[in-house]
Design a protein around this ligand. Structure first.
Ligand code: ZN
Length: 120
């Protein structure tokens, strides 16, 4: 196993990843529902105008994309735990701090690389 993370930590992180995946799956389900094509039938929306409905739909689509990206990261993290290379930055190969892993167990990058990526 990744040598700087002990078995207890791995168990905790695995647990978090499974819970996170479950939450994200639920969220994707409900977002998919909101992101469905807007029907012209005004009654379907009640008092919500078509414009508002479209806006909600676009937001749901954006959130959906983010959720799906996070699910991909969670699955990747689970795969890495299996192959025992979890906890190392995808970009620079350094150890990702345990504090960061506990806060964001699906994170594929160390804090330094993450910040760099967000700036570029
Ligand atoms: Zn890094």
């Amino acid at each position: 196993m990744t040598d700087f993370i002990d078995d207890v930590q791995v168990e905790q992180l695995l647990d978090k990843l499974h819970k996170l995946k479950h939450e994200l799956d639920d969220e994707v389900d409900s977002l998919k529902h909101t992101a469905e094509p807007v029907k012209l039938d005004q009654q379907a929306f009640g008092r919500v105008s078509r414009g508002e409905a479209l806006q909600q739909q676009n937001m749901a689509k954006a959130n959906l994309g983010q959720c799906q990206e996070r699910i991909r990261q969670v699955e990747e993290a689970l795969r890495k735990i299996d192959s025992e290379d979890y906890g190392y930055c995808d970009s620079c190969g350094d150890e990702i701090s345990l504090a960061r892993l506990h806060a964001k167990p699906e994170s594929p990058l160390c804090i330094g690389c993450q910040e760099q990526q967000e700036q570029s």
